[in-house]
Design a protein around this ligand. Sequence first.
Ligand code: GLA
Length: 379
Amino acid sequence: MKDQIVKAFDQHFGGQGTLFVAPGRFNLIGEHTDYNGGFVFPGAIDKFIMADIRPNGTNRVRLYSADLNESAEFGLREEDAPEQAWARYVFGVCREVIKRGGKVEGFDAVFGGNVPLGAGLSSSAALESCFANAINDLFNGNTIDKFELAKIGQSTEHNYCGVNCGIMDQFASVFGKKDHLMRLDCRSMEYEYFPFNIEGYKLVLLDSKVKHALVDSPYNKRRQSCERVAEKLGVETLRDATMEMLNAIKSDISAEDYFRAKYVIEEKQRVLDVCEALQAGDLETVGQKMYETHDGLSKDYEVSCEELDYLNEIAHECGVSGSRIMGGGFGGCTVNLVKNDLYDNFIKTATEKFNARYGHEPKVYPVIVSDGARRYEDQ
Ligand code: GLA
């Protein structure tokens, strides 16, 4: 990918810039908990966005997307927002840095990547983190702290892309560490690295290739349900709610809101249980909790779809230890925890059965846990 990006930069702008990369993420457990002040447990993956960037001495940004073969150009004032949806991610990052008192000057950039789009692996967070980190490096002497970089990406989603997302994706893309997962408390923003040690097992993502676009999706509606229930309970977020509290107001809220909140309250505890099980080397419990999360996301939170439920069912039949929808839902991937000796059979069975029913094979991505946003250096 590097050669392609560098070559495209030379063709479009002449010469060379500086290369930056930022990864997509996977999440072991803790879904739809981030915007409820709960816990998440993600890691960065080995799929990333790469950008070649060079200040151009003007106050305009010129971009070329190598994957889309499209260009965009914009200024740095609020009214300069570009038309193209993809360019708004970069524009948003620039604006959010400026709003925080950071410095952004004009630059030329070429970018591309291998994070599959709409697969729930946070390609947009990778793009935001890549540019936020680059702008911090090139124009701000790396004085913006890493949490602020993640928040710049999150605010970009809120203010320029129409997704009222939590902090998990941008956090994972910025803070990722090779061979480590991170448990983040989304209320206090305290986090801890956990060595990613699953000896005897493999983690694999199966991409249903059902496209999800969180913009215009019911994602924002899920968040609204949670906020309504929290308000009714008089707590800041559902992090502070218990099932007893929820049951006490059951007759005052809609059945839909009740089940959304129930899922969130249960998921909060599952993340803690999984961390404990992981530390004790008890991967069967980790897997069991993953199945419970899938059920909750499918039946109570209703962010699954037929294809993802089918992949989950096949995993169960093949004796896979844990399997669940990953990310925002409405399509994308399942994440599967599989014993080594069952792995080949699972992949073969899932591929064949899924293909027989839906006419295309799921994509298989073994999880390789990688570093977060950084300057690219040849390995
Ligand atoms: C999307 C959002 C995240 C998070 C997940 C669900 O990826 O961007 O903030 O809410 O969905 O866990």
